[in-house]
Ligand binder design. Structure first.
Ligand SMILES: [Zn+2]
Length: 99
């Protein structure tokens, strides 16, 4: 069992926050992903490219790229509505313990 890296966790947070947006003015599979550190800023991101410093200068597979990959999977599955996390039927899986 693999545990998630910090980047993967942050990528999931981006998805939950709705930070991954469709980007109709950008060609191909690029999307806009809102920055978590710079308020009001967004990065242009695909599965293999991102305009953020983490990827541009350090060459990392950044959390934005991971988030875009996750979002693509979610979009393809069509069964998870990440835009409406609060529409529960009285039952919500909440992690109560920090480990
Ligand atoms: Zn990035």
């Amino acid at each position: 069992m693999q545990s998630l890296t910090d980047r993967q966790i942050k990528a999931v947070q981006l998805i939950v926050d709705g930070a991954v947006q469709s980007a109709p003015k950008v060609e191909g599979s690029y999307r806009l992903v809102k920055s978590q550190s710079a308020e009001g800023a967004s990065y242009v991101t695909s599965s293999y490219d991102c305009s953020c410093p983490d990827h541009t200068y350090r060459g990392h597979t950044c959390k934005h790229m991971i988030a875009v990959r996750l979002q693509a999977v979610l979009d393809a599955s069509g069964s998870v509505d990440v835009q409406a996390p609060h529409t529960t039927n009285g039952r919500m899986p909440v992690a109560e313990r920090e480990e």
